[in-house]
Design a protein around this ligand. Structure first.
Ligand code: ZN
Length: 435
């Protein structure tokens, strides 16, 4: 089913007209309402009326995650707080998170965007959809929740964790759609088998997966284990949360909600705009957002676009599954973690030295993380009980602060490699990268 025939099947010519109209309005709005944009435009002598064609977007300066952090929490909001009805935030590094705010109209657009991608994946009002993304400040849980409700599906707000209970819901409530990270879907299938239940005997038909990329190989494995259609969707907090794009049942790329978000591909080094079909960093501009509009936001995600009509009938531009990231963020079981966050947890323990190494491994299809840490005084290694207690305390602290399970291994003082320059804190031993 096509949720919004008019917007999703518009001729390319009309779409470009609509995008230009909305871009011009957004640029004017940003220039007038957001001091950061006023400053950025004035610095280079750019005026909103200089944007005459869609190509003129290249004249506009980029927006980065740092801009959002520098304006923490609300300085990039374009409306007074009385018009904001919900806020969300993404995980920060050691510093503050990125905070975004939605007006009532933004919430409607967000729900619509997610409803479209769910419908494109084959979800209907007759489906029972279990949201196993965490609710709370992250956009994943609530974003899918609102969109699926808009579509009319029955939503089970299971939230993340408690795997056996997730499986109980799936059995008892006859869940037909699972919303989670792809690696969690695999983990669920393993636990299911351990409990003596064949995942294929449950009612699941469709997976709406996001929060991390997943390779074709992983997709096939998920489909085989569950006997479902595995679809991927994409988004990010700064732009709206989930809802930027999603796969249709033909799975030839993720359809971008182009009437809401204008995509560009740039060379991440020269920053030059690249033609359709080229691989590069995706840059997104919001076309209807009121709370926190975004001009040319650098996603740091590497992908490519395709503008040929899809077999499903939609004419919207499709993006390839994300091919990689331009920075070094780690994604462990769907949770974003920066090495610096692990470091700050370790630094709380006086018995350990400031030397550690993070090992990323694949165990089956799940990523796991092991942290080697040097002890300050080698004597502790002689007491198995003390050693075990310290390892357990560190593990607990990492779980509490970062919501990930890490294996901790304490090692003798001065045994980890030292380098004069930037130390190699992260060693990636995974079979393949996430994307
Ligand atoms: Zn399609």
């Amino acid at each position: 089913m096509i949720f919004n025939q008019e917007m999703e099947c518009m001729s390319r010519e009309n779409m470009r007209k609509l995008q230009l109209e909305r871009l011009q309005k957004t640029v004017r709005y940003c220039y007038e309402k957001v001091p950061l944009y006023t400053r950025k435009f004035d610095e280079i002598g750019l005026k909103p009326e200089d944007i005459i064609s869609l190509e003129d977007i290249e004249k506009i300066p980029f927006t980065s995650k740092d801009d959002l952090r520098d304006n923490y929490p609300f300085d990039m909001f374009a409306v007074p707080m009385s018009d904001i009805i919900e806020i969300h935030a993404s995980s920060g590094t050691t510093g503050k998170p990125v905070v975004v705010g939605y007006t009532r109209k933004d919430m409607e657009d967000w729900s619509e965007a997610v409803a479209r991608l769910a419908a494109a994946a084959g979800v209907t009002k007759d489906d029972i959809a279990q949201v196993a993304f965490g609710y709370g400040m992250f956009t994943g849980g609530f974003g899918l929740h609102y969109g699926l409700q808009k579509l009319g599906a029955t939503v089970i707000p299971a939230s993340s964790g408690n795997t056996e209970r997730q499986l109980m819901y799936m059995q008892d409530y006859k869940t037909t759609v699972l919303i989670s990270t792809p690696s969690y879907a695999l983990y669920l299938s393993e636990v299911c088998l351990d409990m003596g239940i064949d995942p294929k005997s449950l009612n699941l038909k469709i997976g709406l997966f996001g929060g991390e990329g997943h390779s074709e190989e992983l997709t096939k494995e998920v489909e085989k284990r569950w006997g479902i259609l595995d679809t991927e969707n994409y988004g990010m907090t700064e732009i709206t949360g989930p809802g930027v794009s999603g796969e249709c049942t033909f799975k030839k790329g993720l359809h971008i909600n182009e009437d809401l978000f204008y995509p560009e591909i740039i060379d991440p080094v020269t920053l030059a705009s690249l033609p359709v079909g080229s691989e590069g960093e995706m840059v997104l501009t919001t076309l209807t957002k009121e709370g926190i509009p975004m001009l040319r936001f650098r996603t740091k995600d590497i992908t490519k676009l395709c503008d040929e009509k899809c077999d499903c009938g939609r004419t919207t531009v499709r993006m390839h599954k994300v091919l990689g990231r331009t920075d070094d963020m780690l994604i462990i079981k769907g949770v974003n973690v920066f090495p610096s966050q692990i470091e700050s947890v370790l630094m709380k323990f006086s018995q350990i030295a400031p030397h550690y190494q993070i090992l990323l491994k694949s165990i089956g299809f799940m990523d796991s993380i092991e942290v080697l840490v040097e002890v300050e005084n080698g004597a502790i290694l002689d007491s198995y009980k003390k050693l075990e207690q310290l390892e357990e305390n560190i593990k607990h602290e990492i779980r509490t602060v970062l919501q990930i399970d890490a294996k901790i291994k304490l090692v003798e003082p001065k045994t980890l490699e030292r380098t004069a320059g930037k130390s190699k804190r992260v060693v990636d031993l995974r079979d393949k990268k996430q994307y």
